[in-house]
Design a protein around this ligand. Structure first.
Ligand code: C2E
Ligand code: CA
Ligand code: CA
Ligand code: CA
Length: 277
C-alpha cells in the first residue's frame, strides 16, 4: 500500500486486498528469516573529512532472500515497525552491533565508534531504557562510543516526552544523532528542544550540493549545527565534487559510496587494515 502523510493524516491510496496480502506474506517471511538468524549487519565507515581518519561505522541491517537478493531495510523496517517486530529485531541489531564494536575496540581499533539506527517505535517502547542498559552491561562497551541515530517522524509528536527520553539515553552515556536532517519533521523547534550531539544532513541535500541553491542549504545546516555545538555529518557523498564542497563548507564527517560502501564484518576488517587511525 502506498501510504502518504498529509497534514498529519495517514492516507491510503488505492489500498487493495492484494497489497494487504502481499504485506502479510512479506511479514511472515521476515519473521521466519529473523527467527532463523538469517538477518545480518553491514557496516559503512564514517570518515573525518579533515584528517581522513575513520571515526566509526554505521550498522545497517540486511535481509538476504534464498536466491541471494537482499531486501532493502527501507522496505522491511517500516513493516517491522508496524507489526511490533522492531522491538525484538532492534534489540538484536543493537546487541550484534555492540558485540562487533567490542571486538573491533579490542583488536586494534580502540576508539572506533558504532552508529546504530533507533526507530521511533523503539523509542516509544516502555522497556527501551531497560533494553539499552541490558545490552550495555552484556556487551561491556563504552556507551560514549555508541551513536544512536534517530530519524524525526510524525509518529512521535510529543516533543516534551521525546526530549526527556533523549536526555535519559544521554544520561546512560550514549551519543545521539538526528538522522535525515532537513527532511520530514525535523524542525528548528525540534533542534532547540532536543539535546542531540550530531546532525546528519540528509542525502538529498548532499546529492544536490553543487546544483542550484544546494550549496547555500548545506552551508546553512552546517552553520546551524556549529551554533548549536553539534557535529555535522554529510551522508550519501557519491562524488569527489560533493566531497570537496561539503569539506569546504565545514562538515566534520562524511559517509557515502565515494568513500566506502556498506560492508560485511569480514570486508570491514580488511578495509580497516588498509586505513590510518
Ligand atoms: P539511513 O539510516 O539514512 O541509512 C543510509 C542509507 O543510505 C543506507 O541505506 C546506505 O546503504 C545508503 N547509502 C550510503 N551511502 C550512500 C551513497 O553514497 N549514495 C546512496 N544513494 N545511498 C547511500 P540502507 O542500508 O538501504 O538503509 C535504508 C534505511 O533503512 C536507513 O536509512 C535506515 O533508515 C533504515 N535502516 C537500515 N538499517 C537499520 C537498522 O538497523 N535499524 C533501523 N531502525 N533502521 C535501519
Ligand atoms: Ca542512519
Ligand atoms: Ca540518513
Ligand atoms: Ca532514513
Amino acid at each position: 500500500a502506498k501510504v502518504s502523510n498529509r497534514g498529519g493524516v495517514l492516507q491510503f491510496d488505492r489500498y487493495s486486498l492484494e497489497q494487504a496480502k502481499g504485506r502479510l506474506e512479506l511479514l511472515k517471511n521476515l519473521r521466519a528469516a529473523f527467527d532463523q538468524e538469517q538477518l545480518f549487519l553491514m557496516y559503512q565507515p564514517k570518515i573525518d573529512i579533515q584528517t581522513g581518519n575513520t571515526i566509526g561505522v554505521e550498522a545497517l541491517v540486511r535481509w538476504p532472500l534464498p536466491n541471494g537478493d537482499l531486501v532493502s531495510p527501507g522496505v522491511f523496517i517500516p513493516l517491522a515497525e508496524q507489526s511490533g517486530l522492531i522491538i525484538r529485531l532492534g534489540e538484536w541489531i543493537l546487541r550484534t552491533a555492540l558485540t562487533e564494536l567490542r571486538s573491533l575496540n579490542e583488536n586494534g581499533w580502540p576508539r572506533l565508534e558504532m552508529g546504530v539506527n533507533l526507530s521511533v517505535a523503539q523509542l516509544q517502547h516502555p522497556a527501551l531504557m531497560d533494553m539499552l542498559k541490558a545490552v550495555l552491561s552484556d556487551t561491556g562497551v563504552d556507551p560514549s562510543s555508541v551513536d544512536l541515530e534517530i530519524t524525526e517522524s510524525i509518529a512521535m509528536r510529543d516533543m516534551e516526552r521525546k526530549s526527556q527520553l533523549i536526555s535519559e539515553i544521554k544520561a546512560l552515556g550514549f551519543k545521539v544523532s538526528v538522522d535525515d536532517f532537513g527532511t520530514g519533521f525535523s524542525s528548528l523547534n525540534y533542534l532547540q528542544k532536543m539535546p542531540v550531539d550530531c546532525l546528519k544532513i540528509d542525502q538529498t541535500f548532499v546529492h544536490a550540493v553543487n546544483e542550484g541553491n544546494g550549496r547555500d542549504i548545506v552551508e546553512l545546516i552546517v552553520t546551524l549545527g556549529r551554533k548549536l555545538n553539534m557535529r555535522v555529518i554529510a551522508e550519501g557523498v557519491e562524488t569527489e565534487a560533493q566531497a570537496n564542497t561539503v569539506s569546504e563548507l565545514g562538515c566534520d564527517e562524511v559517509q557515502g559510496y565515494f568513500f566506502a560502501h556498506p560492508m560485511t564484518r569480514e570486508q570491514l576488517h580488511d578495509w580497516l587494515a588498509t586505513r590510518s587511525h
